[in-house]
Unconditional design. Structure first.
Length: 168
């Protein structure tokens, strides 16, 4: 869940939150607020590069969190003020489904109480994209680096020098 998106200044970072989440194995993204441009660009990436990542905007954060928890999901809020990720990753990994919340600017105080874990990736200020990348990598233990994306129309052929891609 991307919270606090400001369409006039967060478009690039919010798009990257979506791209990164998809690339590292998340199922989808709830965008609090409305931004049809971001929905369109993520949807286009999914059509081209495969997988079934969803993006939903106009999400009401409180209702979304409550429904998530009611359906048995757990909630991780990423914040520099939280508990160290290394101390809690094993117990977080036990959850059947996890909603990860990242902010843009200040996150409403209520989010800290509604979350099952407030987790930090160091206690230094940095970025929602970076903290999400580290969390997903620690939860998936590296397996997310070799995912398949079924239904792709295009695929990169990894090479040591230059760029190669193939149409499927
Ligand atoms: N000053 C804001 C605050 O007090 O919440 C932080 C803004 S920061 C640019 C945007 C988001 O990045 C935060 O809401 C949080 O999700 C994430 N973030 C930044 N540093 C983090 C850290 N060290 N650990 C975990 N998440 C972090």
């Amino acid at each position: 869940m991307r919270l606090g998106h400001r369409p006039e200044r967060d478009q690039r970072v919010t798009t990257h939150v979506g791209l990164l989440s998809r690339a590292l194995g998340a199922k989808g993204m709830y965008l609090v607020g409305q931004d049809t441009g971001i929905v369109r660009s993520i949807t286009r990436v999914v059509e081209q590069w495969g997988g079934d990542f969803f993006i939903e905007d106009k999400v009401k954060w409180r209702r979304c969190i409550e429904e998530w928890k009611r359906s048995g999901g757990k909630v991780v809020h990423l914040t520099m003020y939280g508990l160290p990720v290394r101390q809690h990753e094993a117990e977080i990994r036990q959850a059947d489904k996890i909603l990860v919340i990242v902010g843009a600017e200040k996150v409403p105080g209520e989010v800290y109480g509604l979350s099952d874990w407030n987790i930090s990736v160091t206690n230094q200020p940095h970025s929602e994209i970076a903290s999400l990348a580290v969390l997903l990598d620690r939860l998936f233990e590296g397996s997310e680096l070799s995912l398949d994306f079924p239904g792709a129309k295009i695929r990169v052929v990894p090479c040591g020098n230059g760029k190669q891609a193939e149409s499927l």
